[in-house]
Design a protein around this ligand. Structure first.
Ligand code: CTP
Ligand code: MG
Length: 390
């Protein structure tokens, strides 16, 4: 029976040696347009809202590297050591997912062009039928050949699909198939296990860009595909500016962090001037006005509200309008106290709510050398610019 809110865990297989790549680092460690193959795959799964946690299966000598490479991934994940074959690594990964998982999505880290959209389209079929695999129809005419490379047969193309990953199964089905099947070592994908147990797997046509990085040529092809995807995005920038008065007997909240200070910011909400500027820049990029319009200070609903709560509503607006945050750069103007020790906490708060890596948020602070209203300590100001893509 299909659970109402199924728990889906992902297993990312990255324990291979990349022999066909013929390079001194493994494929998972190679960088494509500034991001490692492993990070790209894991990021796609961490961005899919359907996936609740991940198990990353690595070579024993790369477990430490993987943990530091994936430090900015916000979804819960564990890194474990894999086995000698892909099938063995998949089995170890499956055994490490949370016991209450309803579905498992198994993915080759080497298919690092996977997207949340691909994951979700395979998942929706798996949720209905119990087992589904990413796949694509073949475009070439396929020939069977003998030992002398003489064609012995033309295989009708209509019935041929090439299977990729993710391959997503009900955990009950997968567990049953695992215990019923021997000699799984030679299996080159996870569908074979389900097929061997007499169950059916449905192919989901996800197009032909979900390539597996296998040989050096694949790196330039992947760069080409990524470049093409980037060009299809529409980019928008926005600017935000806000000022609040500093008064005694108010908390000083900046970027959602309570900062010890003899004065705090005055306002209808918690008066977090930095988060307000960031929200205005995000709304500006979407062409949706400003926070005054969305959260009027005449409304009791927003009295003393945490600005992080307001930011999470902006985050929903961003995703509901089909945007993704590329980056945010904000500057706080405050004479005192020094906020440098709190910047990482602010970045953690804001990136978590926006669902992006911390590296996409920059926060800096300056004084205005004692000049003007910020210099005299009468108030604080903040500027922010944000870039979104659609
Ligand atoms: N894989 C794995 N454990 C293994 C072998 C492979 O987790 N013992 C993973 C790889 O890291 C890869 C995926 O399975 O993400 C598909 O395997 P493949 O493309 O064959 O990668 P490699 O085995 O690394 O490459 P090669 O076969 O060229 O050595
Ligand atoms: Mg291999």
């Amino acid at each position: 029976m299909k659970p109402n809110n199924p728990k889906v865990s992902a297993v990312i297989l990255a324990a291979g040696s990349g022999t066909r790549m013929n390079c001194d680092v493994t494929k998972q460690r190679m960088y494509i347009l500034g991001e490692s193959v492993l990070h790209r795959s894991v990021r796609a799964f961490s961005k899919s809202e359907s996936i609740s946690s991940l198990v990353v299966v690595c070579r024993a000598d790369e477990v430490e590297w993987a943990a530091s490479e994936l430090a900015d991934i916000s979804k819960p994940y564990t890194v474990i050591a894999g086995g000698k074959t892909r099938a063995e690594s998949a089995k170890l990964g499956f055994e490490a997912i949370p016991a209450d998982s309803d579905y498992v999505a198994i993915h080759d880290a080497a298919r690092c062009l996977v997207t949340p959209k691909i994951i979700d389209s395979v998942l929706s079929v798996a949720l209905t039928y119990g087992a589904a695999t990413a796949a694509a129809p073949l475009s070439d005419t396929i020939k069977r050949v003998d030992n002398d490379l003489i064609i012995t047969q033309t295989v009708p193309r209509e019935s041929l699909y090439s299977a990729s990953t993710p391959q997503i199964f009900s955990t009950l089905l997968y567990k049953k198939a695992l215990s019923a099947t021997e000699n799984i070592e030679s299996f080159t994908d996870d569908n074979m296990l389900i097929e061997a147990s007499g169950q059916t797997v449905r192919c989901v046509d996800i197009g032909n860009e979900n390539i597996k990085i296998t040989t050096p040529n694949d790196i330039s092809y992947a760069e080409y595909i990524l470049g093409k995807r980037e060009n299809m995005f529409e980019y928008k920038i926005g600017h935000g500016y806000d000022v609040h008065r500093l008064v005694p007997d108010r908390a000083l909240v900046l970027g959602g962090v309570n900062i010890p200070s003899d004065k705090g910011l005055l306002g209808h909400s918690d008066a977090d001037v930095l988060t307000h500027a960031i929200m205005d820049s995000l709304l500006g990029a979407m062409g949706l006005g400003d926070i005054g319009k969305h959260f009027p200070d005449t409304s009791g609903e927003f009295k003393d509200i945490s600005s992080l709560e307001l930011l999470s509503r902006i985050a929903s607006l961003i995703s509901n309008n089909g945007y993704e945050v590329v980056n945010v750069d904000a500057t706080l103007i405050l004479q005192k106290p020094k906020i440098a020790p709190y910047i990482d906490l602010m970045k953690a708060n804001i990136s978590k709510i926006l669902g992006i890596e911390q590296g996409r948020i920059n926060i800096k602070a300056t004084t205005e050398e004692g000049l003007g209203f910020t210099g005299s300590g009468e108030g604080a100001a903040a500027h922010s610019v944000a870039m979104l893509k659609k």
